[in-house]
Design a protein around this ligand. Structure first.
Ligand SMILES: Nc1ncnc2c1ncn2[C@@H]1O[C@H](COP(=O)(O)OP(=O)(O)OP(=O)(O)O)[C@@H](O)[C@H]1O
Ligand SMILES: [Mg+2]
Length: 283
């Protein structure tokens, strides 16, 4: 896909008025086949507001990419989808976040269970200091997903296969996960997320610490995973967003500016701010 690269006269930095006057997100934010629905989501760190009134759906089996300049709130928004922000001191989320219609901020909701249903893969691979096997088996064990050792072995193997790691590690399952290469560690973390049968997987710049070959493997994997899971991925790489996602969401200073089919965002963006970003005028 060609990324539009135009350099004709536009201000180097967009007028801030344009941002504050911005009312609703442009493009295609909603879906008839929504897995997750976010309405009027605002996120604060103490007094400081980091996310302003975001309304968007994530469709079932969709890969949605979230892009935008550093500090625009991508990670903050992503963390509000599985209540990871609950663990951040001083962070407060307002608004409505639902999965299959269920209110994920309901007081009685079990957040440990939620984070299995909406799994997360971080920027830096973070395997537990345990064996490869135990990294993957840990979640199914604590969530009671396996009755016997045979069941557990099967979950571990299937998860490692789905994460395209099985062939590389099947002879060394009882060696430490931290002894793997960065790319393998990241696939191990994906296997760990998959092992508890999540419905949605959130990925926050999952390839930024990886080399191009490891990155290509993860990108290929994301495409395969979308057959079974719904995926939201934050990335700084527009090429990556273009390669792996169906829709792209562009964030700017805490606001969701545009959501559109990925091809459109990178060839014919609807909003000037999106265009300025993808053509490299800021960010
Ligand atoms: N724990 C925190 N306490 C206070 N402010 C925070 C905290 N985490 C993030 N922020 C602020 O919230 C805003 C959004 O940050 P966030 O990390 O979500 O941006 P981002 O788009 O993920 O950036 P990057 O691309 O650099 O990862 C920034 O202004 C940031 O400084
Ligand atoms: Mg971030």
């Amino acid at each position: 896909m060609n990324v539009k690269r135009e350099t004709t006269a536009k201000p180097a930095v967009m007028d801030t008025l344009e941002i504050s006057e911005h009312q609703a997100t442009v493009g295609h934010c909603f879906s008839d086949n929504a897995k997750m629905t976010m309405r009027n989501v605002n996120v604060f760190y103490g007094e400081k507001q980091a996310i302003f009134d975001v309304n968007v759906d994530i469709a079932k089996n969709e890969v949605i990419a979230m892009i935008g300049p550093s500090g625009c709130g991508k990670s903050t928004f992503l963390r509000s989808l599985n209540r990871m922000n609950d663990t951040v001191e001083g962070c407060r989320v307002e608004g409505d976040v639902r999965m299959d219609g269920e209110d994920l901020y309901a007081p009685k909701l079990d957040v440990v269970e939620l984070r299995a249903r909406v799994g997360m893969v971080f920027q830096k691979p973070n395997p537990f200091p345990k064996t490869i096997y135990d990294n993957v088996a840990y979640g199914p064990k604590i969530h009671g997903l396996a009755d016997t050792r045979v069941d557990l072995d099967e979950i571990v193997e299937n998860s490692l296969r789905k994460a395209s790691l099985w062939e590389e590690v099947k002879e060394r399952l009882h060696q430490s996960g931290t002894g793997l290469s960065g790319g393998q560690q990241q696939r191990l973390c994906i296997a760990r997320a998959i092992a508890v049968s999540p419905e949605v997987i959130l990925m926050d710049e999952p390839c930024s610490a990886l080399d191009p070959i490891a990155t290509a493997k993860i990108e290929e994997l994301i495409e395969e995973l979308s057959e079974n899971f719904t995926i939201a991925i934050v990335t700084h790489s527009m090429q990556q967003a273009a390669r792996v996602s169906h829709r792209t969401a562009y964030f700017h200073l805490g606001r969701l500016i545009e959501v559109n089919p990925t091809e459109q965002v990178f060839t014919m963006p609807e909003h000037d701010l999106t265009e300025a970003y993808i053509t490299g005028r800021f960010g």
